[in-house]
Design a protein around this ligand. Structure first.
Ligand code: GN1
Ligand code: MG
Length: 372
């Protein structure tokens, strides 16, 4: 809930942007583990219009103005493409507003708070779906997204979080932080740490392949959760991909893998009943069909064949990030209770183990798609 003081602050921030009409109201949106998000309404010519206001987390994004520069370029590239395609693929992309005092698409209040505002897109978002046609559409959406950015000049992008999906480095950091044990929590997570020692080599395979030039960096989204795709009101057709904060050079398999991790699991990302957590093969197949169908022509054979490993890799990587944050005293992800990061880590470890068990089946399915 918003206090009166917060409300007045949100009003003042909203009014600092070049938005037509006058501010009416603001409410909190609780989705997302990093930024703070609000739905705000303005009244213009008697009509209400909705916007999304966000305070960017500057602990996570050290140079938020660089994110906004990336977003400006990427959304322009996508909207030009949509126009050219006649709206075949996505219907729309995000539109951010400049602030009143200049040409910047953000507002820095000088007290460490960094704000931005964009149009609200009337749509449906899902945190889960058991509908395989939704999975296929999701795969196509992220495949399309990668295709749309395939001719985008990566040199123009800032690396908003260096080594974001460098899995080898993530595990190294975890082991280093475990040595430091700053929050005094390491004694209680020995079993979890053992998991990362056991699978360190497997999890680092794709990073090594990238370092050796066997797979390329492409312009990728890097946070491909199901709820980062806006669907039409019927929940059938994707209309926009949101959360462009981490668009930067990355591996195709990270986008593929993170979507599988989130959407094709049988449970939520922080499920505590471990018997409920597994990879749903029907969802996995439908998503993969959609993604590979869109990207087979542009990805190399090695990239396609290593997609299932990408799902395992990103799941182990996120597990390591949650555990690392737990060990460090919960500084990075928003948590709802004291063991939340540990529960998330254990959930992701459980999912990764199930994916490892199913790897041969996953590989076989991917191969069957490209041998047709
Ligand atoms: C964070 O805030 P959100 O939910 O979009 C995180 C992702 C994680 C995700 C796990 C910048 O994303 O990398 O996969 O939580 N984003 C950042 O839910 O670290
Ligand atoms: Mg995100």
């Amino acid at each position: 809930m918003i206090t009166k003081e917060e409300f007045l602050n949100l009003r003042q921030i909203s009014e600092s942007f070049d938005i037509p009409g006058s501010f009416v109201t603001a409410e909190v949106i609780t989705n997302g583990n990093i930024n703070s998000t609000y739905a705000v309404e303005f009244k213009n010519d008697g009509k209400l219009a909705k916007y999304i206001l966000q305070r960017v987390n500057t602990y996570v994004f050290k140079n938020p103005e660089q994110i906004m520069s990336n977003i400006k370029l990427v959304t322009k590239h996508i909207s030009d493409k949509i126009e050219k395609l006649g709206g075949n693929d996505f219907v729309t992309t995000l539109k951010f507003y400049d602030n009143k005092s200049g040409t910047l698409n953000y507002f820095d209040d000088g007290q460490g708070n960094f704000w931005r505002i964009c149009d609200y897109i009337d749509s449906l978002t899902m945190n889960e779906s058991n509908d395989t046609s939704v999975m296929k559409a999701l795969g196509e959406a992220f495949g399309d997204f990668q295709n749309m950015l395939s001719d985008f000049d990566a040199e123009k992008l800032y690396e908003t979080i260096p080594d974001f999906h460098n899995t080898k480095k993530r595990l190294k950091t975890l082991f280093e932080d475990a040595q430091k044990d700053e929050a005094g929590r390491v004694a209680s997570v020995k079993k979890e740490l053992d998991f990362f020692r056991e699978y360190e080599e497997l999890a680092g395979t794709l990073t090594t392949m990238y370092e050796n030039g066997e797979i390329p960096a492409r312009v990728t989204h890097n946070d491909t959760k199901l709820n980062n795709v806006l669907f039409d009101k019927e929940g059938k057709k994707p209309i926009a991909i949101i959360d462009l904060d981490t668009v930067m050079p990355g591996l195709a398999s990270s986008d593929y893998g993170d979507a599988v991790r989130f959407a094709c699991s049988t449970a939520a990302e922080d499920e505590t009943d471990l018997t409920k957590i597994s990879l749903d093969m029907a969802k996995f197949k439908a998503f993969t069909e959609g993604f590979v169908g869109k990207t087979a022509a542009s990805l190399s054979k090695t990239e396609i064949e290593t997609l299932p490993l990408g799902a395992i890799t990103i799941t182990i990587e996120l597990a390591s990030r949650f555990l690392d944050d737990y060990i460090n005293g919960d500084k990075y992800f928003k948590t709802r209770h004291v063991k939340h990061n540990l529960e998330r880590a254990v959930c992701q470890i459980t999912l990764a183990k199930d994916m490892i068990d199913k790897k041969e089946k996953m590989d076989r399915f991917v191969k069957s798609l490209i041998s047709k």
